[in-house]
Ligand binder design. Structure first.
Ligand code: PLP
Length: 393
């Protein structure tokens, strides 16, 4: 075997659908020496993280903490701890992550009733109500707040009200929304919410913050059998994060250092300023792309600022553009998933990556590549459109 040299990774600007760029301070936090998972100093860090997460989630929920695993572990945690086999779960499906929730719910033994919308549209609350009215008893209603596969922001208030009116729990995927747009768990009446660290929180992938309301914990207590997943069983894990501090599994120590620092940076900037930065720079990117002659996939009132889905101009080869962005400029963006494959690009401005320089660099790079490929783009138009919007920051 040839000798493996010291690890050296190329410099990148992560502007895809995640992972996003991580602030140097977060990487530095990870370089701290390990502590034992029951060391009083680590228990203190856990308490700080729970407080920070309550603030970012906008909740007073006692059970608010990071699960070990990526966002998908948060998703499984959300379902596996409240679903009894045979329970009815209403799941909004308008993209990959709604589909994944339906799959997870089904694996838990739920009778899944999907409410679908086109990929690029929001779920219609009236369609949810039709299902709620026709079913005897619905255990939960689940939607994705920020559909990373389509760029749609799902309005939550009406669906929350309906879920509660019919006695169901309201479950929200906030993987791409948390830290990018307001996720106000208590105000929106969300019972179960989960996220991930590598989107707008801007820590490496590896933890999945979750929060459960008292109603959700009552559902956990009311399960007819043991939670089907040993690893994600909150009835045991809450012992480690709560008073007892009983060992369940070894917490990923360094990942928790990273999360603490990433949340500290968000709260130091302030939630309102963080949301405003995403709103303005997302708008700047979108204005720039439109000035270049490109079309947004999602209409403005339900369009995410932190993840822009833009249609690929006719005749332009998807993979060739993305590969030139990466090799010539070090910029990573995402392609389309499922039915949108080859039709759209997904451009993220998440957390630490959401900065004016990245907007300008990306627009300049894309304009140059498209022009080189013979697309008719007006030189400089994108940059000046974006610059105007950025001035408001
Ligand atoms: C990324 C993502 C997930 C899955 O998170 P992983 O960290 O990839 O496991 C779930 N839901 C949404 C909306 C996402 O964007």
């Amino acid at each position: 075997m040839t000798k493996v040299s010291t690890l050296k990774v190329p410099a990148r600007i992560l502007m895809g659908p995640g992972p996003s760029d991580v602030a140097p301070a977060v990487l530095q936090a990870m370089a701290n020496p390990l502590l034992g998972h029951l060391d009083p100093a680590f228990l203190e860090i856990m308490n700080e993280i729970m407080d920070q997460l309550r603030e970012v989630f906008g909740t007073k929920n006692q059970l608010t903490m990071p699960m070990s695993g990526t966002g998908s572990a948060g998703m499984e945690t959300a379902f596996v701890n409240v679903i009894n086999p045979g329970d009815v779960a209403v799941v909004g499906v308008n993209g990959v992550f709604g589909q994944r929730m339906a799959d997870v719910a089904q694996r838990c033994g739920a009778v899944v009733k999907t409410v679908e919308a086109a990929w690029g549209e929001a779920i219609d609350p009236n369609r949810i109500e039709e299902v709620l009215r026709s079913e005897d008893k619905v255990k939960l209603v689940a939607v994705v707040h920020a559909e990373t596969s389509t760029g749609v922001m799902q309005p939550l208030e009406d669906i929350s009200r309906l879920a509660h009116q019919y006695g169901a729990l309201f479950l929200v995927d906030a993987v791409t929304s948390l830290g990018g747009i307001p996720v106000e768990v208590d105000r929106f009446g969300i019972d179960i919410c989960y996220s991930g660290t590598q989107k707008c929180i801007s820590a490496p992938p590896g933890l999945a913050p979750v929060t459960f309301s008292q109603r959700a914990l009552d559902a956990l207590d009311g399960l007819s059998d043991k939670v089907q997943s040993w690893y994600l069983d909150l009835s045991m894990i809450k012992g480690y994060w709560g008073q007892e501090r009983s060992y369940h599994h070894t917490a990923p120590i360094s990942m928790n250092y990273a999360l603490r620092e990433a949340l500290r940076l968000i709260l130091e900037e302030g939630l309102e300023s963080t949301y405003r930065r995403h709103q303005i720079l997302g708008g700047a990117l979108q204005n720039g792309l439109e000035a270049m002659g490109l079309t947004m996939h999602v209409k403005e009132d339900i369009r995410l600022p932190q993840l822009t889905v833009v249609r690929i101009p006719g005749g332009v080869e998807d993979a060739a553009v993305r590969s030139r962005l990466l090799l010539e400029y070090g910029i990573e963006i995402g392609g389309g998933l499922g039915p949108l494959k080859g039709d759209v690009w997904r451009v993220g401005l998440m957390g630490h990556a959401c900065r004016p320089k990245n907007v300008m660099t990306f627009l300049t790079a894309l304009e140059s590549i498209l022009a080189d490929m013979g697309v008719d783009v007006e030189a400089g138009a994108a940059g000046s459109a974006a610059r105007q919007r950025i001035a408001a920051l």
